[in-house]
Design a protein around this ligand. Structure first.
Ligand code: DSN
Length: 415
């Protein structure tokens, strides 16, 4: 007899039910999160989770792969169309796996990479000492400029010339300005280096032509599929045809075994959705919302690193308004008021990453709910009130009620 999750495992069932309420009643400003469509959710929750499919379409190490072959090929073809890529591998389980596979494909332990550090807005997998990228390879970092907070391309150029890295990575997790991938590839190629562009955060903007695409210029482009792209949690690699075999071998068997076919189905659906004209309108609104939110935060006295945003996120330096409030305390106070954010180190951070002096705010998730400029102004006000009274229970409770009321007007696409 069929038994429901509720009957079999009430503990997991009830945690999921509570999570549904949390997502429904909180303003989600974590820049890397989003809400998938019900079609993506259905694909990811499908029987495809039962299937092993090591290998690639029509070249598997298991029988019974005729249906998953169709699905993986659809995901590949749609991703190629969406980004104009020569070769696509949709199997990486995450962005980290995608980056690791690129390194495995073209680097040997001890090779030199030139990257943006985590502290300057980069990512763990861009050479952090506690990540394998930092353990296996010799890492040189370029930074953002102290004066402007923007990527210092001049420093990148000088370091590329002096250090002769084999690979330059470009891409960020906490950087609010447009990235010049063409310039980076010129710098790299003039020194014989390859380029890995990690567009995990801005993939939706790139796919819709609202941000310069690295695909024509860079040998490798990696992304996650769950941030601005609004698909399932996962990764993907695009590359020039000449590296296709090396990339495929680096993913499987190099760094992964069986692909997650239910997630690859979700990716295929996500790419189909992203090819529709309304997806570009959505990406446009993400950018507009981020610009208004940043403008209001600045009007409320906060410093935004780089002075504003060109994309879906911003990095708020709290110290201009609340000198002694850490990012961690700000994150907790906002969460108590049903506003979800993450603390973030800012360039030239003086506190530990666990405390931090900044908050990263992003608009992909609230835009998916249908929130627009008017709501961004309200949200900036909520943030200011909470952060000015982080320990005042009555203020926090008042804002929490306002947040729940606002969220009720903007239902989620997938519950
Ligand atoms: N952890 C992700 C983010 O929040 O940006 C990057 O992988």
């Amino acid at each position: 007899m069929l038994q429901s999750l509720k009957e079999i495992d009430f503990a997991v069932f009830s945690a999921i039910e509570k999570e549904k309420i949390r997502q429904k009643e909180q303003i989600e400003l974590i820049a890397s999160e989003n809400f998938v469509s019900s079609a993506v959710l259905e694909a990811v929750g499908s029987v495809l989770t039962n299937k092993y499919a090591e290998g690639y379409p029509r070249r598997r190490y298991y029988g019974g792969c005729e249906n998953v072959d169709v699905i993986e090929q659809l995901a590949i073809d749609r991703a190629k169309q969406l980004f104009g890529a020569e070769h696509v591998n949709v199997q990486p389980h995450s962005g980290s796996q995608a980056n690791s596979a690129v390194y495995t494909a073209v680097l040997k332990p001890g090779d030199k990479i030139l990257t943006l550090s985590l502290e300057n807005g980069g990512h763990l997998t861009h050479g952090h000492p506690k990540n394998t990228s930092g353990m296996l390879y010799k890492v040189i970092h370029y930074n953002v400029s102290v004066a402007t907070g923007r990527i210092d391309y001049d420093q990148m150029k000088l370091l590329a010339k002096a250090e002769h890295p084999k690979l330059i990575t470009i891409g960020a997790s906490a950087y609010s300005r447009a990235i010049d991938f063409k310039l980076v590839s010129e710098i790299a190629h003039s020194q014989g280096a390859l380029v890995l562009a990690d567009i995990a955060h801005i993939a939706g903007l790139v796919a819709t032509g609202l941000h310069q695409s690295p695909v024509p210029y860079c040998e490798f482009v990696t992304t996650t599929t769950h941030k601005t792209l609004r698909g399932p949690r996962g990764g993907m690699i695009m590359c020039k045809e000449e590296f296709a075999k090396a990339i495929d071998s680096a993913v499987f068997p190099g760094t992964q075994g069986g692909p997650l076919m239910h997630v690859i189905a979700g990716k295929a659906v996500c790419f189909l959705e992203a090819l529709r004209p309304e997806f570009k309108q959505y990406q446009n609104q993400i950018i507009k919302n981020a610009a208004i939110l940043a403008e209001q935060m600045i009007a409320n006295g906060y410093h935004i690193v780089t002075g504003g945003t060109d994309n879906h996120l911003m990095l708020v330096d709290l110290r201009t308004v609340h000198e002694s409030l850490t990012g961690k305390d700000a994150e907790v106070a906002l969460e108590n008021a049903n506003i979800t954010v993450n603390r973030n180190v800012i360039p030239n951070e003086t506190r530990s990453p666990l405390l931090a002096s900044g908050l990263r705010l992003g608009t992909p998730a609230v835009t998916t709910r249908g929130m627009k400029e008017k709501e961004m102004v309200q949200i900036a006000e909520f943030i200011k009130v909470v952060l000015s009274n982080p320990n005042d229970k009555s203020t926090i409770s008042d804002i929490k009620h306002k947040v729940v009321d606002l969220c009720a007007k903007f239902p989620l696409p997938c519950q």
